[in-house]
Design a protein around this ligand. Structure first.
Ligand code: SAM
Length: 232
């Protein structure tokens, strides 16, 4: 049974895509899509031997070896131009790691029509990468499973320049408009955490670094509270 998190990631993969799932672990996501007949071909990329072997076993067990190829490679090095990959999924890692995989493998993304990214933390790094590299956020989702909150970002290439303001980069342009209960919970938690850190900082020596850190926290608290308690 696939997790709700990965089911939601799968929901954004276009029908008949040639999919590369990077950091695939057990290859559950490409297997799920291939079993439904939703993808034409899949590549499951893994950089670590153990998960690579789990992925290979899973694909064999499901009888999907002719649809999904499992490759031991770092990030987008798993993708060759002859593969004709049209969609890439990268799920279950931190935002900065996902952004660095995209940055390092940029040239592999030329024919790709959609990126579906699911950062566990710091989705901001991905939004910043997108804005700098000609990708537009076309949809976002936030969900809670087993008391953990996850974000999903769907990106497509654009020829025009895209820019996002500070709040959009931090909280997500779609998510901050939608303001779902899970979104409110996430940012309420974050903001409370920042306030606790601020308070703790009062009892330490007020060095230049501490003062700068305090300013940064105050700024982030203001940004989030504006969205949480604002009109729109
Ligand atoms: N994508 C699956 C999911 O969402 O359930 C697995 C997530 S698992 C927490 C992260 C996986 O990414 C690990 O198996 C790890 O080995 C792999 N990984 C980390 N960095 C990678 C990289 N640069 N290239 C390929 N795989 C990577």
């Amino acid at each position: 049974q696939l997790s709700e998190r990965l089911k939601r990631v799968a929901a954004y993969v276009p029908k008949n895509a040639v999919l590369a799932d990077i950091g695939s672990d057990h290859a559950y996501l490409p297997c799920y899509l291939a079993l439904k007949g939703d993808i034409e071909k899949g590549i499951a990329g893994e950089v670590v031997k153990g998960p690579f072997e789990s992925a290979r076993n899973q694909v064999r067990q499901e009888g999907l070896s002719d649809v999904i190829e499992v490759r031991l490679a770092n990030g987008l090095a798993a993708v060759e131009s002859v593969d004709g990959v049209t969609a890439v999924t990268i799920a279950g890692m931190g935002g900065p790691l996902i952004a660095s995989i995209l940055e390092d493998g940029k040239e592999k993304l030329s024919g790709v029509e959609r990126l579906i990214l699911q950062p566990n933390v710091h989705a901001k790094s991905i939004r910043e990468w997108a804005a700098f590299n000609g990708w537009s956020i076309i949809d976002e989702e936030i969900l809670k499973e087993n008391d953990k909150i996850y974000e999903i970002l769907v990106l497509e290439p654009v020829s025009s320049h895209v820019s996002y303001n500070e709040q959009e980069l931090l909280m997500g342009p779609f998510l901050m408009k939608e303001k779902s209960a899970v979104f409110m919970e996430k940012w309420d938690r974050e903001s409370s955490q920042w306030k606790r850190i601020l308070l703790a900082m009062e009892s330490t020596e007020q060095t230049v670094e501490i003062l700068a850190k305090k300013q940064e926290l105050i700024h982030k608290i203001q940004l989030t509270e504006e969205v949480l308690h604002g009109e729109n």
